[in-house]
Design a protein around this ligand. Structure first.
Ligand SMILES: Nc1ncnc2c1ncn2[C@@H]1O[C@H](COP(=O)(O)OP(=O)(O)O)[C@@H](O)[C@H]1O
Ligand SMILES: [Mg+2]
Length: 478
């Protein structure tokens, strides 16, 4: 994975990378705030061995100061001492619970034993610490007294309190800053891990590399994500010849025209794997771009399932393709010109027939197409999704070229692969794919497309200016 790919993954899931650590830190903050504060009282105990450690009888083996301190530390926290502390202070705690509050730690390289006691009450912590050490010194003295009563009495260890416990004024936990920092870091790590895992599991197509390497499709155009504006015909972004989106469709037009140099292109089927990927909008704008270049272009809405070109162009569809196939209307009745776009004509779907696939596969449809090929330089055919119905495969089989529209970040590999295979099966000439709804934040193709920022009303600023001037020249449209 290259560095740019890492950055892209992070940019795509930026909300997660930001939100996760913030939520974790907030949760840690709230929990730390709600947890009762814990205080810690300390007593320091000096343990003076009966004789210097080094002079202990060599036959008994070497005893180190550490061993002595550890012995006392263990001894101190045994049941008899703790039970006695509990009784004296009237705590009413179980041995195990009291034990959890106490830690006796030998201080390295010294003869000092640090006894720490934690409790949510500072005074109780102090009292337990002092009582514990006092009781323990008593126990040790009693034990030693019993041992030294014999004939060969031995010198005994001496235990001295060097610093008694005082009431702690600051709690040791919860450490709010530390907890929040740790939670933030953990949240960040989790978010990063999750972002890369999701990216790995994500089957959607994100860039040209995916198209070329995994599907063998040639990318012939990239259309930025442009939200639909409020006005009529606002999806026809190619109308404003100065806008970056119009440039994108001109580039697509060039890509289409260059993709089949040796063969003369006539009918181009625009399809995609699933619905909503932008077939209709792409077909409409590509047709406009072709007409703008002076080619006599016809856009046919052959999607009987969800016809939309009449809506996109602000027309009615009462007479259209279905009437031509059924021979109950003439071409001049069904085909309309497009205001503001010389050289362009539209053939809406017409009334929806009950059997669209049969109609589109009928010899009569071939006749209609042959006639239209003759009359126009380019015929762009908007179709239903390949994976849903056979209509587009039928149309693609008889057209010169087929273009697959791919919605960036949404169309998945399996879906597109299936669509491509369906088209291969009918020997359609798939000339390539158009990457649609390319978002600037995706990091891909940002040059020339990413600078296209929509204005607050959803209309790109330049497009709005264009649609205003267009309204002036075509008052009937508004
Ligand atoms: N480049 C784009 N940017 C933003 N929205 C888009 C783009 N292309 C298409 N859309 C929107 O996506 C929706 C589906 O588009 P459409 O062309 O009707 O898809 P299809 O014909 O494949 O079902 C429509 O609302 C359309 O406005
Ligand atoms: Mg459509």
């Amino acid at each position: 994975m290259e560095l740019s790919r890492y950055i892209q993954v992070l940019r795509q899931r930026l909300w997660m990378v930001i939100a996760c650590p913030l939520i974790a830190a907030l949760a840690a903050g709230i929990v730390s705030f709600l947890l009762p504060p814990v205080y810690e009282a300390h007593v320091s105990l000096y343990i003076k061995p009966a004789q210097p450690i080094s002079s202990i009888d060599p036959t008994t083996g070497q005893i180190t100061s550490d061993q002595v301190l550890r012995t006392y530390a263990d001894w101190m926290t045994q049941r008899p001492t703790l039970d006695s502390v509990d009784t004296q202070l009237g705590l009413g705690l179980r041995y195990e619970d009291l034990l959890k509050k106490i830690t006796a730690t030998p201080q390295p390289n010294t003869l000092l034993l640090d006894v720490a006691v934690q409790d949510t009450n500072a005074t109780v912590a102090r009292d337990i610490a002092n009582q514990l050490v006092a009781d323990f010194i008593d126990t040790v003295k009693k034990t030693q007294a019993a041992a030294t009563q014999g004939a060969n009495a031995q010198p005994v260890d001496n235990l001295v309190i060097t610093a008694p416990a005082v009431t702690p004024d600051k709690p040791v936990s919860p450490n709010k800053t530390l907890n929040v920092t740790i939670a933030f870091a953990a949240g960040l790590l989790l978010a990063l891990g999750l972002a890369f895992l999701l990216d790995y599991l994500d089957q959607s197509i994100k860039g040209d590399d995916d198209l070329i390497e995994r599907l063998g499709l040639i990318p012939i155009g990239h259309i930025a994500w442009i939200p639909v504006g409020k006005g009529k015909r606002s999806e026809l972004v190619a109308l404003d010849t100065q806008s970056p989106s119009s440039e994108a469709f001109k580039a697509l037009r060039t890509g289409v025209l260059f993709s089949t140099i040796e063969q003369q292109l006539k009918a181009i089927v625009i399809t995609s794997a699933e619905t909503g990927e932008g077939k209709s909008r792409t077909a409409a704008n590509l047709a406009i771009a072709l007409a703008q270049a002076g080619h006599k272009t016809l856009l046919i809405d052959a999607d009987f399932r969800r016809p939309s070109q009449h809506r996109i162009f602000g027309k009615i569809r009462n007479i259209g393709l279905s009437n031509l196939i059924l021979q109950d209307a003439t071409e001049s009745d069904a085909i309309t010109s497009v205001d503001g776009v010389p050289n362009m004509w539209l053939l809406p779907s017409g009334p929806t027939p009950p059997n669209p696939s049969e109609l589109l596969g009928s010899p009569r449809m071939l006749e209609v197409m042959a006639k239209l090929w003759h009359d126009f330089s380019y015929v762009i055919v908007d179709t239903p999704p390949v994976n849903a119905v056979t209509d587009s495969a039928i149309l693609a089989a008889s057209a010169n070229a087929t273009i697959l529209v791919v919605e960036q970040g949404k169309t998945t590999f399996p879906a597109l692969k299936h669509a491509k295979e369906m088209l291969e099966r009918v020997k359609a000439n798939t000339i390539g794919a158009v990457m649609n709804k390319v978002r600037a934040s995706s990091g891909a193709y940002s040059y020339g497309y990413g600078n296209y920022l929509p204005s607050p009303n959803g209309h790109p600023a330049k497009d709005r200016a264009a649609s205003e001037s267009e309204r002036e020249s075509h008052p009937a449209e508004t």
